[in-house]
Design a binder for this molecule. Sequence first.
Ligand code: PLP
Length: 358
Amino acid sequence: MEIRIVKVEPAKMKPKPADESKLGFGKIFTDHFFTMQYHADLGWYDAMIEPYRLISLEPTALCFHYGQEIFEGLKAYRGRDDQIFLFRPYENIKRMNDSADRLCMPKIDPELFMDALKKLILIEKDWIPRTRGASLYIRPTMVATEAALGVHDSNAYLFFIIVGPVGVYYPQGFSPTSMYVTDEYVRAVRGGIGYCKAAGNYAASLRASKVAMEKGFTQVLWLDAIERKYIEEVGTSNVFFLIGEELITPPLGGSILPGVTRNSVIQMARTWNIRVSERPISIDELLDSSANGSLKEAFASGTAAIVSPIGKISYKGRAIIINNEETGTLTKKLYNEILQIQYGEKDDPFGWRMPVSD
Ligand SMILES: *Cc1c(COP(=O)(O)O)cnc(C)c1O
């Protein structure tokens, strides 16, 4: 399908942010976005890049009532010589299609998706920050638009991609986070939609995050929904523990989001001859490993931060302190290596980096 392009009149272009140190996350969006419509009788149609605008939908649009909404999150990076890179974008496209499949939403041809991403990024390339560590955040989104109130999968959808500059995640350097283990709330259960980037998962997680923050913690550490025993994720990130010489992350079992960063950490650590296990890890094992001194590092992984060190975990009134609340050596090394690949500063033996050029 051809992508039609309608550009903003130069006089109506938004001013670019003057100070890249104040970008923050998710506050600024660019002049254009990509949109495409779907109808069950027509398939996808009307692919276009157009001026950023409000979207109008019927109050009865199904997305407002039954939550058929999925999204993705990835970034474009500006490296040396103004080169622009994406990091494993086909993984995000595949995951969006997996989410679509689970929520009875239509899939998108990966090549059309990639074409839309690249064209939009190139149109907005002046918005990509120049500060190392800052980037252009990309948010592909799909919502059900059929106007109808009966519970059923929609026959119409809107797919759009918005992009906006985001700042350096650690402007003051790493600061280890604290996690509150909730045994009251759960995020997702096997057989549900935990492995999808679907709006409902985040709605379900807000209460526990709020409780954790009110208690003075950075985020929630989620346990499995059935036994309330096995660690699943932290906040909206995957999680890793270095215990002895073993790097452990919970296995994907349907309730855990299959993070692109998670997979990259696993592959990279294995090339360093670290024993990486995707296996269940219980909160009791974590407490024991802390007590016997074998718990060395813990970190969250995700596109926003790459890796984020965890310094403290609180469970039923007991606090585990990890690595003296300092960032561990492996955590730092993973961060640096992945960042350098993303910005084109070193070889990419994994083939993760994709240049974007005219
Ligand atoms: C997006 C997300 C992650 C991290 O995925 P990445 O592909 O590494 O960004 C982990 N857990 C949840 C719940 C998420 O939404």
